[in-house]
Design a binder for this molecule. Structure first.
Ligand SMILES: [Zn+2]
Length: 465
């Protein structure tokens, strides 16, 4: 008979703690949806400051602003971590056209890729060869490429439901296309924008020469998807057309910048850290509202929501706004180096860098044991229509923290519209929906709360408590 009592007691306490968890999570969502501080912060970052390319005045203003706002939250500690970042500047706007015959031209929307060199001051005019990616370039070889421009026109695969997979499937042409084409004697590269929609916005993004000597580097730019369609059709009609472009970008010396960090000290295990973060830098064409202003303000919200709902974390909850994700990852690397040199243990890190759209769930980079525990929390998220709990990548900025013990995770919002805006002039505040943004913040805060309460299933002194 007494075994029944033990069982009843077990069932009772489990139900009770599930109800407690559900109530705390509801409080986080209620607070986020009724007092949308994150949306106000994003409004300021986007409309008062704007695009925040590493090393720019706007990036510095964003550091000052977010630090001030974290100070106002009354956290236990707020500080800046110094980091040297690359400074690439666009210069005067780029210009491009197709010349079908002397004097007959069509202008195309174009943007230099981040990290590219400029064209000569008079621009470059040359024949242009279309390829569907790096493999086709390699097949054509030097005889077909030398002295010409290369047009990488592999589109994102529209049949992939996860648009990030479609992006991964062709972003190599943007990142390494110039280096690859230079090896065959090309004089420049033009890339189709990483965008699933047909429109007139060219999308920038990082590219690399991967150590290629300065005198072998060639300029690289992206044209809009409509521009790419026009260029491709025109080339089909007449392969001998000329393409002209001019860009004025420059790589300057590294400058000093900062990660912005704030934390609530853990009441029971202060040396155990739960990190939540996004990247404060952005590209310069829009104002970086989705990429990644949204992730920054959601991460700041996690600490505010926990505090405002009266939750006292056992572990240290830390927000990190990383500098220079877009063109260097210097902030993330500097942070991971600092962690390695300290005696802090990071047990969980959560990144938001996939836009401020409706949250669908999370992807996790962790052990099976930890994943089992995470799946046991899934039903707590159902009332909020958050269903996706899968294994997958954690994210670029928290990647350097990876080890056998840590759980890395990424917030996974709906991704269907993300690449309409990604790295383009239309990544702006009006394209972020207040409720969607705040739902994301509450979803992150809920997961952080659960990890704080239950710990991870990793073999340490405090695991599972
Ligand atoms: Zn980003």
């Amino acid at each position: 008979m007494k075994y029944y009592w033990i069982l009843y007691f077990f069932i009772f306490t489990t139900c009770w703690s599930q109800q407690e968890d559900a109530a705390q999570i509801k409080a986080l969502y209620d607070m986020s949806l009724s007092d949308a501080k994150g949306y106000d912060w994003l409004n300021h970052l986007s409309n008062q400051i704007g695009g925040r390319l590493s090393g720019s005045v706007q990036a510095e203003q964003a550091i000052t602003y977010t630090k001030e706002q974290l100070d106002l939250l009354g956290l236990d500690k707020v500080w800046l971590q110094e980091v040297q970042v690359p400074k690439w500047v666009r210069g005067a706007p780029e210009f491009a056209y197709i010349e079908t015959s002397p004097g007959f031209t069509n202008n195309l929307p174009i943007t230099a890729l981040g990290g590219s060199i400029a064209t000569p001051s008079a621009g470059i005019k040359a024949n242009i060869v279309e390829v569907q990616g790096i493999e086709e370039l390699q097949k054509l070889g030097r005889s077909k490429i030398e002295g010409k421009l290369v047009f990488f026109n592999k589109p994102m695969d529209p049949t992939l439901i996860n648009t990030f997979s479609a992006y991964s499937g062709c972003v190599d042409q943007r990142y390494s296309g110039a280096k690859e084409a230079a090896a065959y004697g090309a004089v420049g590269v033009i890339v189709r924008s990483m965008n699933l929609r047909l429109d007139d916005f060219p999308h920038t993004g990082s590219m690399s020469y991967d150590g290629l000597p300065l005198n072998e580097r060639i300029p690289a730019a992206a044209i809009s998807t409509n521009g790419a369609e026009l260029l491709s059709t025109t080339l089909t009609l007449n392969p001998n057309i000329l393409f002209y472009f001019k860009q004025n970008c420059r790589q300057l010396l590294d400058v000093t910048s900062y990660n912005v960090i704030g934390e609530i000290k853990g009441s029971k295990y202060p040396e155990e850290v739960i990190l939540v973060g996004g990247h404060l830098d952005s590209w310069d064409l829009g104002d970086g509202s989705h990429d990644d202003g949204a992730g920054c303000v959601q991460s700041m919200e996690v600490l505010r929501l926990l505090k405002e709902t009266g939750y006292k974390p056992k572990r240290t909850i830390r927000v990190v706004l990383f500098m220079n994700e877009e063109n260097g990852l210097r902030g993330a690397n500097a942070y991971a180096e600092r962690v390695a040199a300290s005696n802090e243990r990071h047990l969980f890190a959560l990144e938001s860098d996939s836009g401020g759209f409706t949250p669908r769930g999370f992807s996790f980079d962790c052990s099976d044991k930890n994943f089992e525990q995470i799946l046991s929390w899934k039903s707590l998220f159902e009332p909020y229509l958050v269903h996706l709990f899968i294994k997958g990548s954690g994210g670029a900025d928290i990647g350097p923290l990876k080890n056998d013990q840590i759980v890395l995770a990424a917030l996974r919002p709906d991704s269907q519209r993300y690449f309409d805006h990604h790295h383009a002039e239309n990544d702006t505040f009006e394209h972020v929906n207040k409720r969607e943004l705040q739902l994301g913040a509450a979803t992150m805060a809920s997961l952080v709360f659960l990890f704080d309460k239950y710990g991870t299933k990793t073999n340490t002194a405090t695991s599972g408590k």
